[in-house]
Design a protein around this ligand. Sequence first.
Ligand code: ADP
Ligand code: MG
Length: 199
Amino acid sequence: MAASGLYVITGPMFAGKTTELLRILNKYRIAGYRTLLVKPSIDERYSSREVVSHDGIRMEALVIEPTLSDLVRVSEVLHSHDVIGFDEFQFFEYNRGLVDFILELSDERTTYVASLNLDFRGEPWEIVKELLPYADEIQTLYAVCTYVDPETGRKCGKPASRTQRLIDGKPAPYESPRILVGGKESYEARCRKHHFIIK
Ligand code: ADP
Ligand code: MG
């Protein structure tokens, strides 16, 4: 069995979280471990039973409801694998029992969690905030800030830690819904300075 523990991969959109998660699961799979990718059903991007990175790398996934009760339902399946990777973990409900479930799983199995650090408003996801301090290891990934200076026409290019939501190319208002599944048409990676929220 692979070493147990909780390993969190975090950062904004386009940072390479999914790519990293797939790379790790693939590595263990090739080494002969039983690996399982899990994703919440809310993320219907690209494909419903596969996880697809922004680079188009794909892997079959177990799709579950983002709730504690559905985790309990698939508990046996989870425990029949050595390495379990959760993608888009921020979409799981905020529930202390769910955190305890992940902690118990990671006591016995190698558990990877890939998650956004912040929502489009720059605020943390409660479930991520609750789980993060328990991680044996946290890997923070950065994208590249694609903000274009309107005067010079030049791209910022600094490490991006934030996710900018855009509506018709403009920063989304604070009140717009927290979850809006989308890709490049609705989101851009931005550094702190170039992350805007319209209040
Ligand atoms: P995440 O799961 O963190 O959203 P993915 O692993 O799905 O990220 O995709 C990462 C890929 O996104 C990069 O390898 C790159 O090809 C692409 N990408 C698109 N926009 C950016 C950006 N602004 N900065 C870095 N990578 C980007
Ligand atoms: Mg991803």
